[in-house]
Design a protein around this ligand. Sequence first.
Ligand SMILES: NC(=O)c1ccc[n+]([C@@H]2O[C@H](COP(=O)([O-])OP(=O)(O)OC[C@H]3O[C@@H](n4cnc5c(N)ncnc54)[C@H](OP(=O)(O)O)[C@@H]3O)[C@@H](O)[C@H]2O)c1
Length: 272
Amino acid sequence: MGCPPPLLLVSMANPMSFKQLFDLSGRTALITGSTRGLGFSYAEGLAEAGAHVIVNGTRAEGVAEAVSKLTAKGHKVSGQHFDVGSEASIVEAFAALDAQGLEIDILINNAGIQFRKPMVDLGVEDWQKVLDVNLTGSFVIAREAAKRMIARGRGGKIVNIASLTSAAGRATVAPYTASKGAITAITRTMAVEWAPHNIQSNAIGPGYILTDMNQALIDNKEFDAWVRASNPSGRWGKPEELVGAAIFLSSSASDYINGQTLYVDGGWLAQL
Ligand SMILES: NC(=O)c1ccc[n+]([C@@H]2O[C@H](COP(=O)([O-])OP(=O)(O)OC[C@H]3O[C@@H](n4cnc5c(N)ncnc54)[C@H](OP(=O)(O)O)[C@@H]3O)[C@@H](O)[C@H]2O)c1
């Protein structure tokens, strides 16, 4: 792999055009859970911005399909299927990426699962499964990525995926809420711990977005009507509407932004 330019590009010593602030050429980005939904949109957006993207999911065939869709559009793409809920699987995947010479400059910790049940009926096993994927997985992947970014000394970008539930309570989604609240907290810790290495860690908090994860809610007329009525924008969000925030937080445009959560929710949280 050629050596990409240092990530911190805007300075008096090294001026750049503001038009280049969002350019990701020469960067490599791992986006977990990117075979479909929001992750696929992030992968497509970052690839269009010039990055070499690494697509991930648990299913090898899902990864191969996403890789071929993005390759057909002329993007630089690799695939790595692994389960973010398993530390062993993550460590093995990073060893495979090292062996291929793929050095990650940008990590989007996007893979996540949902599990709906009233708390009084919720077992620890189901609680733990959500936390393993959404929270522990994000920590382990960020640890592996940051270790390598620090050793290379070129800085990097970590974008964790939070949710409206990081900031607001919703019934029947306790483990998801716990995981996403903790994501904003650990994003701040990553920011503080890794800022001296020129690694910026931020989070995106999507609102209600039209993806497979929400299919049952989209199909539920009452819930669909509630989403529309409760949102100042009067509608669900589309996966492509999250891409601008992902490119921003992955690029030099956000080099002095650290530890923040950017909500992309049509204004839902603003009215609480
Ligand atoms: N959609 C929303 O309204 C919304 C709102 C707030 C936050 N979010 C967050 O945004 C992220 C993406 O959500 P989405 O709606 O796009 O989800 P989705 O449509 O359900 O897609 C999930 C993606 O994650 C992968 N995945 C699931 N479990 C995995 C695991 N253990 N290891 C690796 N990959 C895994 C899936 O691939 P495989 O099928 O191959 O496993 C798929 O590519 C999640 O963190 C979610 O919590 C979504």
